[in-house]
Design a protein around this ligand. Structure first.
Ligand SMILES: [Zn+2]
Length: 312
């Protein structure tokens, strides 16, 4: 499997969403298990074709889980160990006299270290996990997508060194100059476009042609990736080309109450285009299909603060 395809898949794990109201959130279990498995392979505690269900793995899982857990998340490594099979990158197995067969249910704590329960990475994931460079890059993709706000707290736990991201100042902070990891943009875009059902979060325009699929909307970052290294869906908006451009130019911005604001630099008497853009002022920001991925208020604030010539 191509590395870019792997990153795209990692961005769209079937994680599940739980909780209600403000506690509604994406479950962290699967990405946390993958972080622990990357470490297990690096430490020689597992091979890509045989990842034992072990105390070592459970403890690595718990160490990461403690950092990223929220609300009433419970530390349960057995769940992703079993259910990751639905993401088609991993097969949980149980040893028997004839070799092995599919694990029928999540393993128990007492099955750890017996050597009977294990999983193997499949469909090219084994090759990627065997290579130290791609392991580090996959880990970085998992953090950018699932745990961007915990990056600092997670870094000391890594068994392999973090990517050297450089320290030079970036003066322009727009999406198209962000450091690129193959598959990253595509993964982010697909997740956002799906969540907004191919609809622009400003004007509501939707154009979607099937086979091969063509969609009219882009995925825009609230806080640009180059600055935030944050590909969590709460840092994204689906926008049509026009509104994406206007957002990047800081001519429009959603405010923290999720209402669009238009810069006073736009003069609706000057042209039809500007008149149309000005009409967005005061309109509600369209919400994504899943409330767990509503735009992060910190990102909305970042955009609103940078709106050009705003009324005071
Ligand atoms: Zn639009």
């Amino acid at each position: 499997m191509e590395f870019s395809a792997a990153v795209e898949r990692l961005y769209r794990l079937n994680t599940g969403v739980i909780g209600t109201g403000a506690a509604r959130h994406e479950r962290p279990h699967k990405p946390v298990l993958l972080l622990a498995v990357l470490d297990a392979v690096a430490a020689g505690q597992a091979r890509p074709d045989r990842v034992p269900w072990s105390t070592w793995l459970r403890q690595r899982f718990a160490a990461y889980f403690e950092v990223v857990r929220s609300h009433d998340d419970t530390c349960a490594p057995e769940l992703p160990f079993y259910y990751l099979r639905s993401d088609e990158l991993w097969e949980p197995l149980i040893a028997n006299p004839d070799g092995s067969s599919p694990l029928p249910a999540p393993p128990k704590a007492r099955d750890a270290d017996t050597g009977r329960v294990f999983a193997r990475l499949v469909k090219g994931w084994d090759t990627l996990f065997a290579d130290p460079v791609s392991r580090i890059a996959l880990r970085d993709a998992l953090i950018a997508r699932y745990f961007p706000h915990a990056r600092k707290a997670l870094t000391p736990l890594f068994l392999e060194p973090a990517l050297d991201l450089g320290t030079e100042e970036t003066t322009v902070a727009e999406d198209d100059v962000a450091p690129e990891m193959p598959g990253r943009s595509a993964g982010f875009r697909r997740r956002i476009v799906e969540l907004y059902d191919h609809q622009c979060a400003a004007c509501g325009l939707r154009i979607r042609l099937p086979e091969p699929e063509v969609t009219f909307v882009d995925a825009a970052h609230l806080v640009p990736f180059s600055e935030s290294r944050n590909d969590h869906p709460t840092n994204g908006l689906a926008l049509c080309k026009n509104h994406h451009w206007a957002l990047d130019q800081h001519l429009i911005a959603p405010d923290p109450s999720r209402v669009w604001r238009v810069s006073r630099r736009i003069d609706s008497r000057r042209s039809l285009g500007e008149k149309e853009l000005a009409g967005l002022d005061g309109q509600k920001l369209l919400a994504p299909a899943e409330s767990a991925f509503n735009p992060d208020p910190r990102g909305l604030e970042w955009r609103f603060e940078r709106l050009l010539d705003q009324a005071v």
